[in-house]
Ligand binder design. Structure first.
Ligand code: GLY
Ligand code: MN
Ligand code: MN
Length: 439
């Protein structure tokens, strides 16, 4: 059970202040200025893209709708929020700040982004903001030393952040249940998507990423972003990769389902589910994430053998690239304020980059796991025409049961994805706990 956010927030803020103090020393700055940023306009249009606040801003405050606002922090002082609340009868004006965090800030309300900039302290400032569109009156510098330090420590979530990520998973799990019911009721991809949004009580623009709602063969398209408006003639399988947001924090959840008559596909899902839970159990301090990814390839080879897709040894299936044809993406990535959170490759608080293992170009996390990190664990097994065609031309093709492979193309593929916290002891699986909590 979470402590109330009001109880957790002061320690979170103290942690961010201490990190900022050190980042400013390293960079040689007196102030940290963080723009919420402003909406990005569409080319030759008077419309904006949906507004997404700078993740550094959302790290300090649970404010996702504050375009033009700024946080100004000077070591030793109370942080200041310069909050833009325009006089505007065209739009809904952002609500005046309220809630558990306001007492921890000096809050100044202004009427425009220009007025906000005038409230910022002068001097040597690290200014964290998108450089485009330009913000008049302040020079954006995004100093690398400061960013490296802050990004490195953003990997270690505070108890406050974990509470928000638990809630993001609870919202996502609730919506996944509704989507699964819509699949069983024979809905189209579009209909399932609407059921998901309704249960999450979030619109597309509020989700941390665009949902993947894939029936049958569409599950083989890794980033399937289309929504068929009509149901297929037959529902055989369903892959949904969809998350939810909570105060600027993301969940990232994938589930795969078989129709009741598709027992052979259900058996494969069951094997992948058992394998996935095995990897999630390995989210432990000291575990190298790329080694876990490589281990997942070996386990996948066993699954492919047990289900009769391949005849070669697991070792040779991995070495010859067979497992990569069926599992062509990484095991997972850091998650937090962004669905693909920062610092997955970072070598130290001073920056640097840890390379991916050779032959695994899509892995997004090469660090050793430590307490406080949150990562996704999302193994996959897909029947992708393009990759299978390439495999068919290789000598190893002789050791693959192509009739069996062809019979499974109709199901598209399997991905199962949870968000898992590394702790001092056993991992905390935010996603499984959230589904269990619905029962
Ligand atoms: N939904 C994006 C991902 O799984 O990484
Ligand atoms: Mn993911
Ligand atoms: Mn995902």
């Amino acid at each position: 059970m979470n402590a109330p956010l009001a109880t957790l927030y002061p320690a979170h803020l103290a942690t961010l202040r201490a990190r900022a103090d050190q980042a400013l020393v390293l960079g040689g700055f007196d102030h940290l200025l963080i723009a919420a940023s402003t909406p990005l306009g569409k080319f030759l249009d008077d419309q904006d893209y949906p507004f997404v606040a700078n993740p550094h801003f959302r790290h300090w405050l649970p404010l996702t709708d504050a375009p033009g606002s700024w946080i100004a922090y000077t070591p030793g002082g109370k942080p200041k929020l310069v909050f833009v609340q325009p006089h505007d009868y065209w739009h809904v004006v952002p609500e005046a700040p309220h809630g558990y965090w306001v007492e921890h800030f000096d809050i100044v309300i202004v009427r425009s982004a220009e007025e906000a900039v005038a409230q910022l302290p002068k001097g040597r400032s690290a200014v964290l903001a998108p450089a485009c569109p330009a913000i008049g009156g302040v020079e954006v510098n995004n100093p690398q030393t400061v960013l490296d330090y802050l990004h490195w420590y953003r990997s270690y979530k505070t108890p406050y952040e974990l509470a928000l990520m638990r809630e993001a998973n609870r919202i996502g799990a609730r919506a996944h249940r509704a989507a699964a019911a819509a699949f069983r009721a024979g809905e189209s991809e579009f209909g399932i998507h609407l059921a998901y949004l309704a249960a999450a009580r979030q619109i597309d623009a509020e989700l941390p990423y665009a949902s993947i709602v894939a029936l049958n063969r569409h599950g083989a398209v890794l980033h399937y972003m289309h929504f068929d408006r009509t149901p297929p003639a037959e529902h055989r399988s369903f892959l949904i990769d969809a998350g939810a947001s909570c105060a600027g924090y993301a969940s990232d959840i994938t589930r795969t389902y078989a129709a009741p008559h598709a027992a052979e596909f259900q058996a494969l899902i069951d094997s992948m589910d058992a394998a996935q839970q095995g990897y999630a159990a390995n989210v432990r301090a000291g575990q190298s994430y790329p080694e876990l990814h490589l281990h997942a390839h070996h386990v996948l080879a066993q699954v492919l053998r047990e289900h009769g897709f391949i005849r070669m040894s697991a070792e040779s299936a991995v070495e010859s690239g067979v497992t990569s044809a069926f599992f062509p993406h990484g095991l997972g990535h850091p998650i937090g304020l962004q669905v693909h959170d920062v610092a997955g490759f970072q070598q130290s608080e001073r920056g640097g980059s840890i390379p991916r293992p050779a032959g695994h170009p899509y892995l997004r996390m090469t660090r050793v796991l430590e307490p406080g990190m949150v990562v996704t664990i999302e193994p996959g097994l897909y029947f992708i025409d393009m990759l299978l065609a390439e495999l068919r031309d290789k000598p190893v093709a002789a050791d693959i049961d192509w009739a069996k492979v062809d019979a499974f193309r109709q199901y598209g593929g399997i991905r199962i994805e949870d968000d898992v916290v590394c702790t001092d002891a056993a991992p905390e699986n935010l996603t499984r706990d959230a589904f269990t909590g619905l029962d």
